[in-house]
Design a protein around this ligand. Structure first.
Ligand SMILES: C[S@@+](CC[C@H](N)C(=O)[O-])C[C@H]1O[C@@H](n2cnc3c(N)ncnc32)[C@H](O)[C@@H]1O
Length: 206
């Protein structure tokens, strides 16, 4: 690993600087995360599949904060067939495109989940994407409230997000909302070699 981006990224608060770090990290991201036993994408893809009927597996999935596409690969491995990705980092999106698992990729230059985009999906994933060092907590309610009735968001909430008051309060506000049904909420490994953990949740909008 040329530079320890896995640690470095958590120290970058400014959104523009963070995007630059992801741009620089893109070329070595897959090797770094694979070496570190990154478990979250597989966990989320299997969790989402577990709450769906077979006929729902062919619905398009919006992979918010898709990065280099490790999350798209995990969705493909779980049997999802139509995967669209969105991310702020052009460098990460270029790597995602090369994997050829996404039907469509969208750049989100402002870092906000465009409600017009999200509202077209019944399935949205955010794998390692809403966390200190990644998208702000506000992206979660923005995604959730843009979902159509019956739509689902499947996401990870790592231990750093759980320890952060703003992130944890925001998650609680969403899960406690009368609009939300938490279909799955499981603790487990996040980046195994770092000893980090994450909650994986599937939340359906009534
Ligand atoms: C830790 S990576 C996870 C990437 C991928 N989902 C995975 O599991 O490998 C976090 C990703 O979120 C993206 N990101 C950060 N802030 C974002 C925002 N506000 N909107 C969309 N993507 C964002 C980063 O560019 C990066 O690709």
């Amino acid at each position: 690993m040329s530079e320890n981006y896995l640690e470095k990224i958590y120290g970058v608060d400014d959104a523009d600087k963070q995007r630059d770090v992801y741009d620089q990290w893109a070329a070595s991201y897959d090797a770094d995360l694979t070496d570190a036993d990154y478990e979250t994408p597989g966990r989320i893809a299997r969790a989402l599949k577990s709450v769906l009927r077979d006929s729902e597996m062919s619905a398009p999935v919006l992979d918010f904060g898709c990065g280099t596409g490790l999350s798209g690969l995990a969705l493909t491995d779980a049997g999802f067939t139509r995967i669209h990705g969105a991310d702020v980092s052009e460098g990460m999106l270029r790597e995602a495109e090369a994997k050829q698992v996404y039907e469509k990729l969208t750049a989100l230059p402002t870092g906000n989940p465009d409600p017009g985009l999200v509202s077209r999906y019944r399935l949205v994933t955010a794998m390692g994407a809403i966390s200190p060092g990644a998208a702000p907590a506000s992206c979660l309610p923005a995604i959730f409230m843009a979902l159509p009735s019956g739509g689902r968001v499947a996401l990870s909430f790592n231990d750093r997000a759980q320890a952060d008051e703003e992130y944890s309060r925001t998650l609680e506000r969403v899960t406690d909302s009368s609009e939300a049904v938490v279909e799955l909420d499981e603790d487990g490994p996040h980046v195994r070699s770092a000893g980090s953990t994450a909650r994986v949740l599937v939340i359906r909008r009534r």
